[in-house]
Design a protein around this ligand. Structure first.
Ligand code: E4P
Length: 227
């Protein structure tokens, strides 16, 4: 399972790439705002970082960038997506899972612009994304759990449906808004292709208190005469 970083901050991207070997980036308008930069500056800076690392190509290191969330019409979404996609060959364009968005995703994929159908909260929505050729689909996990909804069966249903109909691997499932290591494991057990999470979530998931306790035990036992 691949790990994407959910952030538009270059220092976090750099750290996550060098420390954890992340496989891609996802952003959204809130992450762009938190980067402190105007939209165009934030995404061109990420595109430049990708070039500097020698990671050009969407297969090597995808970067999801969301269109203006005020857009509702397919034509306007397609035009906005084309402008963003022209900036970097690594960009996948995030389009909301509404009827005009699914139509936009279908048109963009037909012209070779890769899409990530986002704000997905049901397996039925995920099936629409796959049927219309999206490269990525982003079911949101953390938001559903915060609302008291089940997410294990939710992820499993999407994986099973994609397997039943040959979409598995073609439309890659990015489990989004991941908040805990347990959610990451749930996604892996279900067979999701990717999780995307913030830097702190990855740091937390990597640590277990027993690892530190164990290091103390072994330090106390260490033969200090050893070379
Ligand atoms: C995913 O692609 C989204 O950017 C993200 O996970 C949304 O959730 P969050 O910003 O609340 O984490």
């Amino acid at each position: 399972m691949k790990y994407f970083l959910d952030s538009a901050k270059l220092d976090e991207i750099d750290q996550a790439y060098n420390s954890f070997g992340i496989d891609g980036i996802t952003t959204n308008p809130r992450h762009i705002m938190l980067s402190g930069k105007p939209f165009m500056t934030a995404i061109t800076d990420i595109a430049a970082w990708v070039r500097q690392q020698g990671l050009e190509g969407i297969e090597r290191f995808p970067v999801s960038v969301e269109i203006d969330p005020y857009l509702e019409e397919t034509e306007a979404m397609v035009e906005a997506a084309r402008r963003i996609a022209a900036i970097s060959p690594n960009f996948a364009i995030k389009i909301p899972c509404i009827p005009s968005g699914i139509a936009a995703s279908r048109r963009l994929e037909a012209e070779g612009i890769r899409t990530n159908v986002t704000l997905v909260f049901s397996p039925a929505q995920a099936l629409f994304a796959a049927r219309n050729g999206a490269l990525f689909v982003s079911p949101f996990i953390g938001w559903k759990e915060a609302n008291g909804e089940d997410t294990r069966q939710y992820i499993q249903d999407i994986v099973d449906i994609y397997m039943n109909y040959g979409y598995y691997g073609k439309t890659q499932i990015i489990c989004a808004a991941i908040r805990t290591g347990r959610q990451m494991v749930d996604c892996a057990v279900a067979g999701a292709d990717i999780v995307t999470a913030g830097l702190e979530v990855y740091k937390d998931a990597m640590m277990h208190p027993y690892t530190r306790q164990g290091m103390d035990v072994f330090r106390n036992a260490w033969d200090h005469t050893a070379k």
